[in-house]
Ligand binder design. Structure first.
Ligand code: NAP
Length: 306
């Protein structure tokens, strides 16, 4: 039986690993079989993580998190959690390779997944011109005409990054103002390769086997027109990953895991949650890391008092 199992390997999960390992709790961190390191693995330059004044690449930052967690004895397992039973005093966590683990406490740090536009051919064209990851796929669009959908920091960041490869990047946003922070907006607006298309959404994706064009719909007057595109990057936010636990503990109205006040305590004793899966507002690497620390301290207090 484990003292603590951590599910998730983003900044929240690894910080929970660092703290619980240093507390001598010998944590097992289940990191997923493919998407190790969470959303920062898909980011380029991280400029705002304190302690790195020159900035560093997202994957490099995650490698630091992992090395620090492992240095103190966090055991990292590259498997997917497929089922959990969190109701009893002994929590059961099952992984895709058929193993089942028992633990006194579980820390959920499962993050959030990319949101889709919900268009009919979106899944089919994924990897064939439609992408959610500029870092992963930008390279394939050298000297091409592409577009980014969204008006948040992610859309600004992706659009800027993609100008390294593409000859032209349209930034398509459904309103006439961006949601992104001012510094990120200013950077995108100052980039000569980026052209903003305001008040517009994507109505249809077109192309035989690869994306060739999109139909744009004006959100003010409803008019439509087609535009040729080699690639479309979707950056319209994330949804918390709660499917593992949604029938066992309480969620908020927005479907984040509900926690008590500023703590990480979920509605089940011995189950703690941290990072993007509880956070509809801030969702930064640094806030996720802070939240992972809170979860580790809450788990430690729970184990001491039980
Ligand atoms: P976000 O802030 O939630 O923004 C999502 C954007 O997509 C909004 O502009 C939204 O439009 C638009 N949108 C949502 N659903 C849409 C749909 N179905 N069709 C068209 N547009 C849609 O998400 P995010 O940009 O991924 O950022 C998430 C969090 O990560 C934020 O807290 C952000 O600050 C942070 N982040 C920070 C950095 C950085 O600091 N370097 C980089 C990336 C992300 P509306 O504006 O109309 O709602």
């Amino acid at each position: 039986m484990r003292e603590v199992i951590i599910i998730g390997s983003g900044p929240a999960g690894f910080t929970a690993g660092i703290y619980t390992a240093r507390a001598g709790l010998n944590p097992l961190l289940i990191a997923s079989s493919v998407e190790i390191g969470g959303e920062l693995m898909k980011t380029t330059e991280v400029e705002n993580f304190p302690g790195f004044p020159e900035g560093l690449q997202g994957p490099e930052l995650m490698a630091h998190f992992q090395a620090q967690a492992e240095r103190f004895g966090t055991e990292v397992m590259y498997e997917d959690v497929v089922e959990v039973d969190l109701k009893g005093d002994i929590k059961i966590v099952k992984t895709g390779n058929g193993q089942a683990f028992e633990a006194k406490t579980v820390i959920l740090a499962t993050g959030a997944a990319y949101r889709e536009l919900g268009l009919p051919r979106e899944k089919e064209l994924s990897g064939h011109g439609v992408s959610w990851c500029a870092t992963c796929d930008g390279f394939f669009f050298r000297e091409k005409t592409i577009a980014v959908v969204g008006g948040g920091d992610s859309a600004m960041e992706e659009a800027n990054f993609l100008t390294r490869f593409a000859s032209k990047v349209y930034l398509i946003h459904r309103r006439d103002t961006f949601k992104a922070s001012k510094i990120m907006q200013d950077r995108a607006m100052a980039n000569p390769k980026i052209e903003v298309i305001w008040n517009t959404e994507i109505a249809e994706l077109k192309g035989a086997t690869n994306l060739e064009a999109v139909t744009l719909r004006n959100t003010v007057d409803g008019s439509t027109k087609d535009m040729d595109l080699d690639g479309l990057f979707i950056a319209v936010g994330n949804d918390p990953r709660v499917w593992l636990v949604e029938n066992q503990l309480e969620l908020t109205a927005e479907k984040f895991i509900k926690v008590e006040g500023r703590s990480s305590k979920t509605t089940l004793p011995g189950v703690f949650a941290c990072g993007d899966v509880i956070d509809p507002t801030y969702r930064q690497a640094i806030t996720a890391a802070g939240s992972g620390c809170v979860a580790a301290l809450d788990a430690e207090h729970y184990l001491t008092s039980h």
